[in-house]
Write a protein that binds this ligand. Structure first.
Ligand SMILES: [Zn+2]
Length: 202
């Protein structure tokens, strides 16, 4: 697992948030107990944790299910919903890198074909469409904050050059990144009508 994704899951464990419940399971090496990330029990130290993609995998490794958070009881998500949620978690952690459908599938240990089909059925979007959406929201946030140079914004959302980033941004929003930033400073209204066509982005 990526260090970045691990940190995000660990953060949810510390805050006892349910963001990753049903997606990852927390094996606590010191107690040999496996929990949901949101478990109310004492927060385990980072170095004592192994994250598992399923409670079964943790049990196979010798962990016992926690009596408090009962990780073995099924969550609200079915297996397909689970896969979609895991995909979202990977995208949220990796959108700043140059990442392909194949690489996302690899991280989830499934075939790109299965990922594409299942994700689309559950969410109505392909994983790459979701990736573009995530990048676009992040890019807009960064442009609005106005603290980074254009190259820095481009790099933060997975583009090697500011010019590639500008072409992509314009295709999705009909405005250039600079115009977006300027518009945000002055007249927000000019930007209200931006449109997008995700079908172009496959
Ligand atoms: Zn627990």
């Amino acid at each position: 697992m990526d260090a970045e994704l691990f940190d995000k899951v660990y953060d949810s464990i510390v805050k006892k948030e349910s963001t990753y419940d049903g997606i990852y399971y927390t094996g606590v090496k010191t107690t040999r107990i496996v929990c949901r990330p949101s478990c109310r029990a004492k927060t385990p130290k980072k170095e004592n944790i192994t994250l598992y993609p399923s409670v079964e995998a943790a049990i196979r490794d010798g962990f016992r299910p926690c009596k408090r958070c009962k990780p073995e009881t099924p969550g609200a998500l079915g297996p397909d919903g689970l896969l979609a949620a895991q995909t979202d978690a990977v995208i949220d952690a990796c959108y700043g890198e140059r990442i392909t459908l194949q690489q996302i599938a690899q991280k989830l240990a499934i075939s790109p074909y299965h990922l594409q089909r299942t994700y689309k059925r559950v969410t109505g979007l392909t994983p790459m469409e979701r990736l573009h959406q995530t990048r676009l929201s992040a890019a807009k946030r960064l442009l609005e904050s106005g603290r980074l140079t254009m190259s820095e914004v481009a790099a933060a959302v997975g583009f090697r050059s500011a010019s590639h980033f500008a072409v992509w941004f314009r295709r999705l929003t009909r405005v250039t990144p600079s115009a977006y930033r300027e518009g945000h400073r002055g007249n927000r209204q000019a930007l209200a009508g931006w449109t997008r066509n995700w079908r172009d982005m496959r």
